[in-house]
Design a protein around this ligand. Structure first.
Ligand code: PHB
Length: 390
């Protein structure tokens, strides 16, 4: 089917759906939110974490907004963008969701953005982190982070801490491109030198050849971005190839020292300095409560994806409270400018860009009570997405 026919059918189906639903009936029915996640496949840990965050929101609120029941419909896209798009279309046309949410990887979010635009359905990105996603539709907002935020933060820290020459290694797709570019630009601006820029494929990467190259190049440090779920395998190979022993420091975005996998990484992760918006060790009372309740409910440690899911539900709920359950442009407008305390710290949805403004922390992996944690030791307050100020 051509894209145009697809869109016309979608518009016709929506018009029919709205006409058939009397107002009184609409009020008594649950508000539906469609969440599309990778519950299977390579990014399944992202799906599991976000689902855990949504469940906690449901437990804390009774799954209600303004007294009205909320039905969260979770669909598994298996990390396949065509599936994400197809499921989004079904959720909008058949289930008549007021909002779409989730989106484990950038290609899934980008594939769905045209559906959000055509159907005027707000789309809350809880995971994917390429800067440009929020520019793909005026109906997109985000509760995760952007790679330019994380990459700029560590590129500020590194040159002040004895790191002058680096090699970069990123996953070869949207967020990796952002991480590579924004790290290198800021690092060079701060007097650093980038010796080489390496990439690995998103699917089934083999780190052995690139790590050999890094060994031969002998930088002060290797800067790494890999999507959540690949960190443990990377760390294992980093150690097996002896890069830690060769005196090459590792710096990264926090995706690599992800709280979901950190406990399984072993001592090779100790001392890795990285930048991110959330650590399960964040010392605020709000986070301590979040982690305790999340672990009691889900039986695993929350990572940044869980917080993206939890905050995404809170953002949608705050919007729906204002619109009294209405979706569309009204809900989108109601989410713009929202601000609240997340387990990560204070967050704001920038009303102009619809993207998230938040603190970016510099952390070091340390052992506390026999477990590994990302311990925050520095912060850049309330950072906007550097990708938007081009
Ligand atoms: C993305 O595909 O945008 C993505 C996925 C996982 C991450 C970061 C970004 O950890």
């Amino acid at each position: 089917m051509t894209h145009r026919r697809h869109v016309l059918q979608l518009a016709a189906a929506l018009a029919l759906g709205a006409a058939m639903l009397p107002a009184a009936q609409a009020q008594s029915e649950p508000i539906k939110i469609g969440v599309i996640l990778p519950m299977t496949g390579q990014q399944a840990s992202t799906g599991k974490q976000i689902e855990g965050g949504i469940k906690l929101w449901q437990q804390q609120t009774g799954g209600k907004i303004g007294g009205r029941k909320v039905e969260v419909i979770i669909k598994d896209d298996g990390t396949v963008p065509d599936q994400t798009r197809r499921l989004a279309q079904e959720l909008v046309v058949n289930d008549k969701v007021v909002a779409l949410a989730g989106f484990g990887i950038t290609p899934s979010a980008l594939a769905t953005a045209p559906i959000a635009t055509q159907s005027k359905t707000p789309m809350v990105v809880m995971a994917a982190a390429t800067s440009a996603i929020t520019e793909a539709s005026p109906f997109v907002t985000r509760t995760s982070f952007t790679l330019p935020q994380a990459a700029v933060a560590i590129a500020e820290w590194a040159p002040k801490n004895g790191i002058k020459k680096v090699v970069t290694l990123v996953a070869d797709y949207g967020p990796g491109n952002d991480a590579e570019k924004f790290f290198a630009d800021r690092f060079k601006l701060n007097g650093g030198q980038v010796l080489e820029q390496l990439r690995t494929p998103l699917r089934s990467p083999d780190f052995a050849p690139v790590l050999q190259k890094v060994r031969d190049t002998k930088p002060d440090a290797l800067f790494v971005f890999l999507p959540s779920g690949q960190g443990a395998q990377f760390m294992k190979q980093f150690a097996e190839r002896g890069l830690d022993k060769a005196g090459i420091r590792l710096i990264a975005t926090g995706d690599v020292t992800d709280d979901d996998q950190l406990a399984d990484m072993g001592d090779v992760a100790l001392g890795v300095v990285n930048s991110h918006h959330y650590s399960a060790a964040h010392p605020s009372p709000a986070n301590k409560k979040f982690v305790a309740e999340f672990e009691a409910l889900n039986k695993f440690r929350p990572n940044f994806m869980a917080v993206g899911g939890y905050d995404g539900m809170r953002l949608i709920a705050k919007g729906l409270e204002q619109t009294k359950g209405a979706g569309g442009q009204a809900l989108m407008d109601a989410m713009k400018g929202q601000t609240f305390e997340s387990p990560r710290g204070n967050i704001l949805i920038d009303a102009q860009t619809r993207d998230i403004v938040q603190d970016m922390y510099i952390r070091k992996v340390e052992k506390k009570d026999g477990q590994l944690w990302n311990i925050e030791f520095d912060v850049i307050k309330q950072m906007k997405d550097p990708g938007k100020s081009k």
